[in-house]
Design a binder for this molecule. Structure first.
Ligand SMILES: Cc1cc2nc3c(=O)[nH]c(=O)nc-3n(C[C@H](O)[C@H](O)[C@H](O)COP(=O)(O)OP(=O)(O)OC[C@H]3O[C@@H](n4cnc5c(N)ncnc54)[C@H](O)[C@@H]3O)c2cc1C
Length: 371
């Protein structure tokens, strides 16, 4: 397999696989180096939420660009990625919460976005009749959805590989350094690679490579947790988020199982590749689900897990070119919401690397904000 390419990507999650595909589509040769296996970490174990709703304003354009790709994902990847459209909604318990939602929608409308709407109690109950009667409305993005994380990341890898990208798994990158106009990338065990462009897609581990470029990528490893219930009769066709104080992401799969996540955290240990469940926190996710859906009193939990994800101090990703090193780039620090962004991140990063600029505004996600 080739040891030299135009672009060497470190990491093998969705951002790496998507960028590899889009870079190949632009004619760049690509090598991806992953220390474990592709999709082994956050990209393979996340909740699969394809959510534009409630994004930081700085991410809106990127999230929209990604959604355009999600809407044609089967044509792009020859795989449906388990993507199905479903409303994403965030419920409100108080008038103050509903007022904030109305203000947000007014802001979005003034910026030209109309994908988010506020639902009153009647509209909410028409959409999701099983919600608790104490909920008085919701913020909604009706044309969002969810997909299957493993299937999606593998589909990007498969298509990138079919177009000629080389994947090296089980190889940990230890050192990167400039050699003339190129990057030399050295792996544990002695293998080396050479690339004109270098892209750091190392998720929860991304701070280490950044330090080698003399840059501060303040990424904290965090372990978001998930649980799955036994099958229940079908009662929910939306992905439901909790209000302030009840972090929750809730969806019912076609087979009747309910998948619950949404912000409760386990214990991360990126040095050993492990994250552990904290059951005293996980039970708060179950309690939030019960508060929103009384029917969950009948549910039995059958499985739970956590995954390693990289969070930044402002919960925005680090995206774009290095501020210190020529031809080095970042796509990391997705702070618990990078799965939806993956297709768009790949397209934007490939555009930036191949042409020197991108039509999607990403300046607010620059690493410069930390240097
Ligand atoms: C439980 C959970 C639920 C989530 N739910 C959602 C959701 O519903 N919707 C959503 O949009 N997002 C969600 N996310 C977030 C989403 O999964 C991530 O933002 C996204 O997968 C990040 O992709 P990535 O490619 O940056 O990172 P990763 O998938 O972590 O990939 C990084 C890869 O880099 C590799 N690597 C690290 N260091 C090196 C090295 N030195 N050499 C070689 N390889 C290296 C790692 O082994 C890893 O495989 C969730 C995350 C978790 C954990």
């Amino acid at each position: 397999m080739s040891r030299t390419a135009d672009l060497v990507i470190v990491g093998g999650g969705i951002q790496a696989c998507s960028t590899a595909l889009h870079a190949r589509m632009r004619g760049l040769s690509v090598i991806v180096i992953e220390k474990d296996t592709v999709a082994r970490h956050a990209s393979g174990v996340n909740a699969g939420g394809v959510r534009r709703m409630n994004r930081d304003y700085a991410e809106l354009a990127l999230s929209q660009r990604s959604m355009e790709i999600w809407n044609r994902i089967e044509t792009l990847l020859d795989d449906d990625c388990g993507f199905q459209r479903a409303p994403q909604i965030k419920v409100a318990e108080t008038e103050a919460q509903l007022d904030e939602m109305r203000a947000r929608v007014a802001d979005l409308n003034s910026m030209g976005y109309d994908h988010e709407v506020v639902l009153d109690q009647t509209q909410l109950r028409a959409l999701v009749p099983a919600v608790s009667p104490h909920l008085i409305g919701a913020l909604a993005s009706l044309d969002d959805g969810f997909a299957l994380p493993y299937q999606t990341t593998f589909a990007f890898q498969r298509k990138a590989r079919a177009l000629g990208a080389c994947f090296h798994e089980g190889l940990a990158v230890e050192a990167v350094r400039r050699q003339g106009a190129d990057w030399q990338i050295s792996c544990r065990g002695g293998e080396t690679f050479t690339g004109r462009y270098l892209l750091n897609c190392t998720g929860a581990w991304a701070g280490k490579l950044a330090r080698q470029l003399g840059e501060n990528a303040p990424i904290e490893a965090v372990a978001p947790m998930m649980l799955v219930t036994a099958r229940l009769p079908h009662f929910c066709n939306a992905v439901v988020g909790g209000p302030v104080g009840r972090p929750l992401s809730f969806k019912q799969m076609a087979n009747g199982t309910v998948v619950i996540g949404g912000g409760r955290r386990g214990t991360p240990d990126p040095d050993t590749n492990v994250s552990e469940i904290r059951f005293e926190h996980l039970r708060l996710s179950a309690a939030a689900a019960l508060a929103i859906f009384p029917i969950m009193a009948q549910a039995t939990i059958v499985r739970s897990w956590s995954g390693l994800e990289g969070f930044t101090p402002d919960d925005l990703p680090i995206l774009g070119r290095s501020s210190t090193a020529e031809n080095a780039f970042y796509a990391c620090g997705f702070s618990g919401h990078g799965f939806q962004l993956g297709p768009g991140v790949g397209e934007v990063m490939a555009e930036l690397i191949a042409t020197g600029s991108t039509s999607t505004p990403i300046e607010k996600m620059s690493i410069k904000r930390f240097n």
